[in-house]
Design a binder for this molecule. Structure first.
Ligand SMILES: CCCCC/C=C/C(=O)SCCNC(=O)CCNC(=O)[C@H](O)C(C)(C)COP(=O)(O)OP(=O)(O)OC[C@H]1O[C@@H](n2cnc3c(N)ncnc32)[C@H](O)[C@@H]1OP(=O)(O)O
Ligand SMILES: NC(=O)C1=CN([C@@H]2O[C@H](COP(=O)(O)OP(=O)(O)OC[C@H]3O[C@@H](n4cnc5c(N)ncnc54)[C@H](OP(=O)(O)O)[C@@H]3O)[C@@H](O)[C@H]2O)C=CC1
Length: 303
């Protein structure tokens, strides 16, 4: 297969494509290993909470007794998540439409959460994404969009949270959702650059901010089936599971449970780390999110 030509953009909302990712009813029904009041009294702010892993993490946190705030650009998705969580848990979560790329909107979000709940215990920087393309064909706008969202957006959120924790003399906890970038990822060089930036920013901040009692960790998901898969071509998606030796895909609940763990007291001694959840992909597999070029797929081993 040749890699996706520049400018080919699958329509994530094409009704003829399979519906992917856990739906709200799945999130209400899934078992959890955690006790029902694990996060009672805590406040979690989760970016990108209107879909995928963010929505799963928000639903699980609310089910475990936390107060939850979510943000994202799409107001409709946020409102649907709020209504569903209210129906399932009786909890009224805060939703704020905004872009993490706008530092003033980030400040407004932080103020809204502090004003409503009086604290933030855990910030989950989950909002982000990319599109698959050969790096040589990136437009300047496309490069900037991915860097600005994943690196700058995550930083605005971390700094805005940390200054408030410092000023309130309160402890803090940051969980950054990144990606499996240890060996690079062809056709996703922009996101690799941004996520590597977030990982090493996090390791640095974990040390710098330890005196403020702020922990900073990253989660590196491998192939996790969510509605976010809509940005990838169907042909490439057929091979995503071959990126790991388990030859399967994780789901949003797997990541939500890892987030709940990092928000729980059990993780109190973990900081500066990258927790990988990838079915072994980092040691073994390759993923070409736009489709593997024939040059690499000699003999059709990856077909
Ligand atoms: C890496 C693969 C690993 C496999 C596992 C990983 C899976 C996932 O991460 S799944 C979750 C994925 N979810 C998303 O990625 C959704 C969020 N993504 C986005 O919203 C966009 O990709 C974004 C990050 C670029 C958002 O920025 P935004 O400014 O909203 O983007 P625009 O749509 O306005 O596009 C700006 C600019 O970017 C270039 N571009 C966008 N899409 C493509 C594309 N499919 N192909 C080529 N170029 C693209 C383009 O230059 C756009 O400007 P215009 O041409 O003026 O539209
Ligand atoms: N699924 C996977 O296999 C993997 C995913 N990841 C990463 O995990 C995270 C969650 O992805 P996933 O749940 O799969 O996919 P989704 O596309 O469902 O989630 C991405 C979320 O980010 C939000 N978002 C994007 N840009 C912005 C912005 N500028 N400001 C605020 N919110 C924004 C989106 O909301 P809205 O559209 O409303 O703005 C959306 O809810 C992403 O960072 C993704 O790249 C990493 C590795 C693998």
């Amino acid at each position: 297969m040749s890699s996706a030509p520049a400018g080919t953009r699958p329509d994530p909302n094409d009704p003829s494509r399979p519906k992917r990712g856990l739906q709200p009813d799945d999130l209400a029904a899934r078992d959890t290993i955690y006790r029902p009041d694990l996060l009672a009294g805590q406040v979690l702010l989760i970016s990108g909470g209107g879909s995928g892993m963010g929505r799963a993490a928000a639903t699980l946190a609310a089910r475990l007794g936390a107060d939850v705030a979510i943000c994202g650009r799409n107001e409709e998705k946020l409102a649907a998540t709020r209504d569903h969580i209210a129906a399932v848990t009786g909890r009224d979560i805060l939703v704020q439409p905004m872009s993490i790329r706008d530092p003033e909107a980030v400040d407004g979000l932080m103020d809204a959460v502090w004003s409503r709940f009086g604290r933030i215990d855990t910030l989950v920087n989950n909002a982000g994404g990319q599109f698959p393309q050969d790096a040589i064909d990136f437009s300047r706008k496309g490069w900037l969009a991915v860097i600005d969202t994943n690196l700058n957006g995550s930083w605005w959120m971390m700094q805005a949270a940390a200054t408030r924790w410092r000023d309130a003399d309160a402890p803090g906890n940051i969980v950054n959702i990144v990606a499996n970038v240890e060996r690079g990822m062809p056709q996703a060089a922009h996101t690799c650059a941004a996520r590597a930036g977030v990982i090493y920013l996090s390791k640095t901040l974990a040390t710098e901010w330890a005196p403020h009692r702020i922990r900073v960790n990253c989660i590196g998901p491998g192939v996790i089936e969510t509605e976010g898969f809509g940005v990838y071509p169907e042909e490439a998606l057929k091979r995503f599971h071959k990126a790991n030796p388990m030859k399967s895909r994780g789901d949003a609940w797997d990541v939500a449970e890892m987030i709940a763990y990092l928000a729980s007291p059990a993780a109190r001694f973990i900081t500066g780390d990258l927790l990988v959840i990838d079915g072994g992909q980092a040691q073994w597999g390759v993923v070409w999110p736009g489709g593997m070029p024939d040059y690499f797929d000699e003999g059709g081993a990856f077909a």
